[in-house]
Design a binder for this molecule. Structure first.
Ligand SMILES: *Cc1c(COP(=O)(O)O)cnc(C)c1O
Length: 398
């Protein structure tokens, strides 16, 4: 059978692939420590579970309006007004099966063959594949660790062409853990306004921030910026609800209407029970996420301090999300037995094989120097995993 060309353009999500491999090793009895998976290890909060249970008991188990139930769209409108100072009508809000699905609907509604989307690197892997799946062209805006992954106006400016449709903004960022300050957001907003670009603002980690950083949505800079921004968010990360699959998009009405139409012909509504659960999550207040972030904060320090003591490793202190993104430039080229570890992928394979720790190599995120480790896992696992990693790296010869 001859498949569509676009099917050959995408690869399976590498994070999910490594996680699956680690899980299958664990199922065979290997004591694998998993730093690969990208989800909080916290249990979904009780009020959320209760709302879901109540929905089941009440028979709320049928189709809902395709774009999401009124309660939930209303709760999202309220959230965006209260926390970001943004005002949307309910029809400008689309609830989807996770923020990943929100982004997919968006690229499908936006992009035609050859259209370009600027993506700062390192980037979350699915932006690239979703653009490719919709026949678009990802354009890389390289940012540097030394600059805190900030965005350079001139460099951004040179990437804009008549085919540029949009720019992706992901703060706090997966995988770097960097957060953009006001100045960086101003640069992006100014360039987007001048060249008539859509801003795709993925704010899924907005609540997972440290060191007094405050989350600022680029859409809140001005009404002019809001009018050209799609805010993408969801409950997966803030409320430890990755399996429930609820994400949302809010933005310009014509675009959101197109996305809603696409969704109505593809998935229809996201799970009715999960929608009720998400309403409860959005009404829960900050206590759950505050406690979770306090715990992540402790783990972040332990992991980053340990990484920085390993030979050839340098790790910036992340200010958001739950990932350490150490630079391994000083490890690359070292040898395990007789084979040189030349790439982050080879280091990741070495670590999985010899130290039984699962990490994600940097290549799919657009880095040839880094690996990504999640610290959304217990402190004990972090300590043991760091011990193993340190030994594995000390055993390399150079
Ligand atoms: C986890 C993640 C998402 C998607 O989350 P969903 O579970 O699909 O809501 C989107 N963007 C980034 C950067 C992520 O890390």
């Amino acid at each position: 059978m001859k498949l569509a060309a676009r099917a050959a353009r995408v690869v399976p999500s590498p994070t999910l692939a490594i996680t699956a491999l680690a899980k299958s090793m664990a199922a065979q009895g290997v004591d694998v420590i998993d730093f690969a998976s990208g989800e909080p290890d916290f249990d979904t909060p009780q009020p959320v579970k209760e709302a879901a249970q109540a929905a089941i008991d009440a028979g709320f188990t049928k189709y809902t309006p395709s774009s999401g139930i009124d309660d939930l769209r209303g709760a999202i409108v309220d959230k965006l007004r209260a926390e970001q100072g943004l005002s949307y009508e309910r029809t400008q809000v689309l609830v989807s099966c996770g923020a990943k699905h929100s982004l997919y609907n968006l690229f499908e509604a936006l992009i035609e063959a050859g259209d370009e989307v600027i993506i700062p690197t390192p980037f979350w892997v699915s932006y690239q594949d979703q653009v490719l799946l919709n026949d678009g062209t990802p354009v890389w805006l390289k940012t540097r660790e030394e600059d805190g992954y900030a965005i350079d106006r001139q460099q951004l400016e040179t990437l804009v062409t008549p085919r540029t449709k949009a720019i992706v903004v992901n703060t706090p960022c997966n995988p770097t853990g960097a957060t953009y300050d006001r100045r960086t957001l101003d640069v992006i907003a100014e360039v987007a306004c001048r060249h008539d670009l859509l801003i795709i603002s993925d704010e899924i980690y907005e609540k997972i921030i440290y060191d007094g950083v405050r989350h600022l949505s680029i859409a809140s800079l001005s009404p002019e910026v809001a009018a050209r921004t799609v805010v993408i968010n969801g409950v997966s990360k803030s409320f430890a609800m990755t399996g429930w699959r609820i994400g949302y998009a809010a933005g310009p009405k014509d675009l959101l209407t197109a996305m809603a139409n696409i969704q109505s012909q593809s998935t229809s509504n996201p799970c009715s029970i999960s929608q009720k659960a998400a309403v409860a999550a959005l009404k829960m207040g900050v206590r759950f996420v505050t406690e979770m972030v306090t715990e992540f904060e402790r783990r972040r320090r332990v992991m980053v301090e340990r990484l920085n003591k390993m030979p050839g490793v340098h790790c910036r202190m992340p200010t958001g999300a739950f990932y350490a993104f150490p630079n391994l430039a000083g490890v690359l080229g070292a040898r395990a037995d007789d084979t040189a570890l030349r790439t982050p992928s080879e280091v990741a394979q070495y670590l999985l094989k010899t130290a039984q720790i699962a990490v994600v190599p940097g290549e799919p995120f657009g880095s040839q120097d880094h690996i990504r480790l999640s610290y959304a896992t217990g402190l004990d696992a972090i300590t043991r995993g760091m011990d193993r990693m340190e030994t594995a790296l000390r055993n390399l010869s150079r």
